[in-house]
Ligand binder design. Structure first.
Ligand code: PLP
Ligand code: CA
Length: 300
């Protein structure tokens, strides 16, 4: 069915049929470092009606603790770490669920958030933002040493990516037997500033795909890996969840892949004309301009 504009006619039936609202963060809750109008009040109202709220972000740069801090600093202190699912956390959980051996190490091309989540989960991370001081030498007899106990390489957004990191990660994946290659997410672009979209983790992951000739396991949206936690946590059927997002190929596809209801908000990267374009194949159940419309419809 074609996406329906959210209105007083269809809102109540949607709201009644949902126990858990999953909110994407960038473009829905905030844009870069700016909170979107009405978010805090809307979340309070949704909670007051007994619904669960969960925040699902593909941005791997921060840990859940750091995202809870971001919510606090933006004036939404009610959000706890337990309600946040970031792709940094998902990467650590993927290893935990798959019984990744504690004596193996994880090489990270990405931010502090991944290293922090790995440490909390009891894994030893190497690499991260500061890695790469030591440049590869281009001598004919140079042998580049890498740690043979690395059993997984996790790749997320790394603004300081360099040849050394790619070389290290590539050697681990190609030469260490059974080494996993995990992508936190493959977003083409992200909001590193409020004003523009800049290259996202997708290009770092693509660089590693090129050199390893492997495809990664992706734990972020639109993969449904993160949904497994949600199902364990809330025990509700996915049909009683609604994914609220601004991006069709990550958020809405994630919701659809998992069997959730889907609501696209136009406060982020997707415009109404993108949505209604004949070439667009990913259609949410509902769309509206921003999350604060939920509050307006609840109050009307
Ligand atoms: N990755 C990066 C690096 C980003 O900056 C962003 C958004 O700003 C995203 C991913 C997408 O995040 P979300 O899933 O919260 O929209
Ligand atoms: Ca988003």
């Amino acid at each position: 069915m074609a996406p329906q504009l959210l209105s007083s006619r269809n809102f109540e039936s949607l709201f009644e049929s949902v126990d858990t609202f999953l909110f994407d963060c960038d473009g829905v809750i905030w844009k870069g470092e700016t909170l979107i109008d009405g978010v805090s009040q809307t979340l309070d109202l949704i909670r007051a009606k007994g619904k669960n709220v969960v925040f699902v972000t593909n941005n791997s740069v921060k840990s859940r603790r750091q995202y809870a801090e971001k919510f606090r600093s933006l004036g939404v202190p009610s959000v706890t770490q337990d309600e946040i699912l970031s792709s940094s956390f998902a990467a650590a959980m993927y290893l935990k669920i798959n019984n990744f051996p504690k004596d193996k190490k994880v090489y990270v091309i990405g931010g502090e958030g991944i290293l922090e989540e790995l440490q909390i989960a009891g894994f030893t991370g190497l690499g991260g933002p500061e890695d790469g001081e030591k440049r590869a030498e281009w001598k004919s007899n140079c042998l580049f040493e890498h740690d043979k106990s690395v059993g997984a390489v996790v790749v997320g957004l790394d603004p300081n990516i360099n040849y050394y990191k790619l070389q290290y990660g590539t050697l681990c994946v190609r030469e260490n037997p059974g080494c996993l290659f995990i992508a936190t997410n493959r977003d083409a672009v992200g909001h590193m500033t409020d004003l523009q979209e800049w290259p996202g983790a997708g290009c770092m992951v693509a660089a590693m795909c090129g050199s390893t000739e492997r495809e990664p396991i992706t734990v972020g949206k639109p993969s449904t890996f993160m949904m497994d936690f949600l199902l364990q946590k809330f025990g509700t059927e996915t049909s009683r969840m609604c994914m609220v997002g601004d991006r069709l190929d990550t958020d809405i596809l994630f919701g659809q892949n998992a069997g959730c209801k889907t609501l696209l908000v136009l406060s982020g990267v997707t415009s109404e004309s993108n949505l209604l374009d004949k070439g667009n194949k990913i259609e949410p159940d509902y769309y509206t301009s921003s999350v604060s419309d939920i509050m307006k419809l609840m109050e009307s």
